[in-house]
Ligand binder design. Sequence first.
Ligand SMILES: *[C@@H]1O[C@H](CO)[C@@H](O)[C@H](O)[C@H]1NC(C)=O
Ligand SMILES: *[C@@H]1O[C@H](CO)[C@@H](O)[C@H](O)[C@H]1NC(C)=O
Ligand SMILES: *[C@@H]1O[C@H](CO)[C@@H](O)[C@H](O)[C@H]1NC(C)=O
Ligand SMILES: *[C@@H]1O[C@H](CO)[C@@H](O)[C@H](O)[C@H]1NC(C)=O
Length: 321
Amino acid sequence: MRALFLIVLYAGLCSASSGSNQENIETLMDNVLVLRVPYSLSTSVYVPLSCGEAYQNQPVFWKKNGEEIEPALQGNQVKVLVEEMNGGNYTCHLGPDGEYLNHTVILIQLDPDNRTVILEEFPGEGRGHIYCSAPNYNGSFHCTWRRSATRSNAAVLLVKAERNSEKIPCELDSDGSGILCKDTNCPYKEEQHRVSITIYIHSYSRLEAYTRTFYLREIVRPGKLPNLIITDGKVFSWNYPESWEMPCTYFGLQYQVKVVQKGFPCHSKKEIMSETIEKMTYEVKIKPNKYVFCVRAQDKYTNGPFSHWSHCIVDKHTEVC
Ligand SMILES: *[C@@H]1O[C@H](CO)[C@@H](O)[C@H](O)[C@H]1NC(C)=O
Ligand SMILES: *[C@@H]1O[C@H](CO)[C@@H](O)[C@H](O)[C@H]1NC(C)=O
Ligand SMILES: *[C@@H]1O[C@H](CO)[C@@H](O)[C@H](O)[C@H]1NC(C)=O
Ligand SMILES: *[C@@H]1O[C@H](CO)[C@@H](O)[C@H](O)[C@H]1NC(C)=O
């Protein structure tokens, strides 16, 4: 009862002394509070902290980022003044130099959170900060992001992945720059709802949230076509990517075949011919005997992302695939 009274009282004090509302403080996850502040104003907000009910009758002392606070901050329920982006990790201890009991991390997020600095955008129009891709429709997909050079210390705090309010389990890559997710509900059904991924990442006290939404069919990129070979000096053939779904007829692929001038990469504009076909074999009927044969795959029903190119270099009578 008394605890409740104190919390209410502090809440009252806070709004009185800071002039900002309590709704701007939110519990993001266990032990993490997020303070939302407007970009343009300098802010100072009192944030209420509690060491926890378990330590109600103990002599509780607080530290910030492992250092003592001047003047000393005592009591199970306290309030701390957070100015600008100066959040931190507040730990409560049993007595001034006593054992660690609990902690609360205060992070600051700009509101609106649209001046992001932690992640870099992928090059290319509208690519965004998170890139996701899947090698087939079995529900596994991988997303990556890139920290900007000045924020290489940034750490992922939380990943929320869901489709139509159903959680999708994800695992963070060991370097903290990606996630591998497994959506077990989706395979083989027409997708009605988008997958939504939100990454909460912080650099010191600054928190940013990045969201990406997509249908799986928009991110399925077939693997590179394997076993590209040439027979009779002009007939090329290849196999399905190993990671592609079976049965092949249901998840059909189409192929872009392209012949470019020798010495140029497959994506170059120096093309001699280009065609989209459904067979896994192609006969080149052109005059020059020096060229590069290129082929890549795409889901033929969704016209989604292409695989990376496979190629053979033909130079008179030598052929390298
Ligand atoms: C530690 O603090 C968190 C809030 O930051 C609280 O939810 C939790 O109950 C506390 N733990 C104990 C043992 O009181
Ligand atoms: C905050 O401090 C506690 C106790 O030292 C530690 O366990 C926790 O990982 C810290 N959290 C962050 C985000 O620094
Ligand atoms: C961020 O959002 C605010 C309010 O919606 C807008 O006025 C501002 O131009 C946006 N800034 C950027 C960099 O997009
Ligand atoms: C989905 O396919 C990928 C690529 O072949 C494979 O690595 C993964 O284990 C598969 N996941 C499931 C859930 O079957």
